[in-house]
Design a protein around this ligand. Structure first.
Ligand SMILES: NC(=O)c1ccc[n+]([C@@H]2O[C@H](COP(=O)([O-])OP(=O)(O)OC[C@H]3O[C@@H](n4cnc5c(N)ncnc54)[C@H](OP(=O)(O)O)[C@@H]3O)[C@@H](O)[C@H]2O)c1
Length: 307
């Protein structure tokens, strides 16, 4: 698959990104092998957050990247701010955003981020304050593009109304076992649980405004229940994906990616594996042309009947 030009940016890169949440516990050599495996399959967009391993993931990434013969301007670095785990709160104040970005740049050993996302909605957000923080970061050259994560339509509109800087990403969980964004659309105006619109048309909003959705944890059921492949409720789904993978002659992980990439919203899945071979397997999905019928069969195998 050709590199893709992400709307509202000059970023032209693979449809897959590598998430570095699980890099903290790795040695420099292991992290190096992971980054090299990603680069070898054309993945040069890396997702971070200041809280991953309490900053260790960013540090480990920088230590490993230094060992690789690749310049900073050949990769894209994204990180996220706004969660304060120690204090048990979210914080979108200007002061916290600016300080956090300085910490990120120091740990990643870089002068700039390609993208900065607000990690989880802060109900005490003052949109004008965030707008000022974004403008300061943009003017200083510390951040090129901005976005959000886990935000609703209303939250995005509220923030966007305060700034002319476009929000170009929203990072949301999505995968074959986590399809809330689709279920509500299929079951609109139906008296069943699938029709309960937990995601409030965020998929359609992002498509309308050319905001790229970055699906996080594509192999997890949710934050607590782990991998769907090991979950008793998703054995049928796992079997179906494996059958399709065999049919298209790709790996299981490649078929999961192909299913996400088949959606016309042109999402950018954030793959989280720290195993070089699995990174290669995920990338196999870039070249699969999944049929409409097969896409629907995988959707339904997740236990979600169509109305
Ligand atoms: N915005 C947010 O709120 C948010 C939340 C969570 C995550 N994220 C981002 O999304 C990225 C991806 O999240 P994630 O790591 O949960 O994604 P994931 O790709 O769904 O899961 C990766 C994990 O699953 C394991 N795994 C993958 N394929 C496997 C297989 N076939 N068999 C057995 N184990 C397998 C990996 O193990 P190995 O490493 O051993 O291969 C790794 O532990 C993160 O790195 C982070 O950047 C964002």
């Amino acid at each position: 698959m050709e590199n893709y030009h992400y709307p509202g940016t000059d970023i032209q890169t693979s449809r897959l990104a590598l998430g570095c949440m699980r890099m903290a516990g790795k040695s420099v050599a292991e992290a190096q092998a992971v980054i090299e495996a990603a680069l070898a399959v054309g993945i040069n967009y890396f997702d971070h957050a200041d809280i991953y391993g309490r900053g260790q993931s960013e540090e480990r990434f920088a230590q490993a990247f230094k060992q690789i013969d690749c310049d900073r301007d050949q990769i894209y670095l994204q990180s996220k701010v706004g969660i304060r785990p120690k204090e048990g709160m979210f914080d979108f104040s200007k002061d916290h955003i600016l300080k956090s970005v300085d910490g990120i740049l120091r740990r990643l050993e870089t002068d700039y981020l390609d993208a900065l996302l607000l990690h989880r909605p802060d109900s005490l957000m003052e949109p004008e304050e965030v707008a000022e923080a974004f403008q300061t970061l943009k003017d200083s050259g510390k951040v090129r593009y901005f976005g959000v994560s886990n935000q609703s339509v209303g939250q995005m509109k509220l923030l966007q109304a305060a700034t002319e800087i476009p929000l170009v990403f929203n990072q949301l969980q999505f995968g074959p076992a986590h399809t809330l964004m689709l279920d509500a659309g299929f079951n609109f105006n139906m008296p069943n649980d699938f029709g309960s619109n937990r995601t409030a048309d965020i998929l359609e909003y992002c498509r309308l405004h050319q905001i790229t959705i970055q699906p996080w944890s594509p192999f997890q059921v949710d934050l607590e229940q782990g991998l769907f492949m090991k979950h008793p409720d998703y054995q049928e789904l796992t079997k179906e994906i494996q059958e399709k993978a065999d049919q298209y002659q790709v790996s299981f992980e490649g078929m999961v990616m192909a299913w996400i990439l088949r959606h016309p919203a042109k999402m950018q899945p954030i793959v989280g594996t720290m195993t070089p071979e699995r990174i290669r397997h995920n990338a196999e999905g870039l070249n699969v042309d999944l049929s409409r019928q097969d896409w629907y069969e995988i959707y339904r195998a997740g236990g979600r009947p169509l109305p």
